[in-house]
Design a protein around this ligand. Sequence first.
Ligand SMILES: *Cc1c(COP(=O)(O)O)cnc(C)c1O
Length: 422
Amino acid sequence: MANFENSLSFAQIKDSKDLLKDFRKEFYIPQKNGKDTIYFCGNSLGLQAKNVRTEIEKELDKWAKLGVEGHFEGQNAWLSYHRLLTKTSAELVGAKPEEVVLMNNLTSNLHLLLISFYQPKGTKYKVLMEGGAFPSDQYAVESQVRLRGFDPENAIVEIFPRPNEFVLRTEDILQKIEEIGENLALVFFGGVNYYTGQAFDMQAISKKTHQFGAKVGFDLAHAIGNISLDLHAWRVDFAVWCTYKYLNSGAGGVGGAFVNKKYAEQTDLQRLAGWWGHKEEERFQMKKGFKPMYGAEGWQLSNAAILSMASHKASLELFERAKMENLIAKSQELTAYLEFLIEDFNASQQKINLKIITPKNPKQRGAQLSLLVENGKNLFHFLTENGMVVDWREPNVIRLAPVPLYNSFEDIFRFYEVLKKF
Ligand SMILES: *Cc1c(COP(=O)(O)O)cnc(C)c1O
């Protein structure tokens, strides 16, 4: 990586050369004691872009002026409003537009797609997951396994890192898939683990899973808008995501779903249906007998939550302009700079050690470093009192996410300065 220096002037020079530096001005930076905080929590809730209010107000105006006609009239009629989000979302996950739909929330979408893609039969019923997956993923899979009449204790296989290691080795994941073999019905992983920040080799996992005739799905909550994704080429069967982390669509913002094109016309696939997934031409005939729309849109249940989509439309426009490859290039530098300064801090004192458990290889991580800190709660409180917004995950991890859209090299240096006062 680049030659870094632990000085403010170095950080400021890096910022002045940053291609994306102007995007920071398009966001509201949360304040503490009248000053900008150093916000490293964009992996939990992304910041509000200033264009969000404008997009929401457009829809409020439309509603005020047109009432029900807003479904069909005016610019961006609500009937097809969700499609305004499809193109950029598809680009972000590496999908064809017909493979993507924005709807509901992450966990609801996960349930809908598990109904279709977890199809246990006879001895082929096991699910492989990363050990310590995000709780909502664990609960969703557990309850689906029970729904199909299996015992989660027996049906769900979790894989953990080797002793004294913090992240999973790809070879171990592939080996576990082979071990489960013909009993495997589904592999479901995060794209990036929320706790360690490890990005998994989704292509290798997908390929190995398919060798055993099982399905593969990913939770992209921490991956979308963060790392490079190519779901279609990787032949992933399904994926789900939320949009309020790196994608900045606001708390509880609309979720997303990917369904591989090979299922686009498979109308006999088991699914839970609703009128918004019914063939559009016939939807308003209100007739008996569900006929799904082509592609991912056929999984829709309800008419779209326009206000949350308006917010997401605004946030996606920034990604269109910034371009994911630029964001990734900056993200890798920011994260490496943070890593450099934390290592510098560790070497400069003996009071406390911040052990970075996120992989060092830039291909195995995004904009996040997770620090394992013995008795780290004190440090966490100290950082918070000093205007840093970071997060604490039990039992002993502090997560830091320097987000390329709005964080700067100077933010990282200021964080280091505070750290040195601890
Ligand atoms: C944030 C997150 C969720 C949140 O689920 P919601 O349904 O949006 O509340 C789920 N899974 C993972 C891995 C997450 O990081």
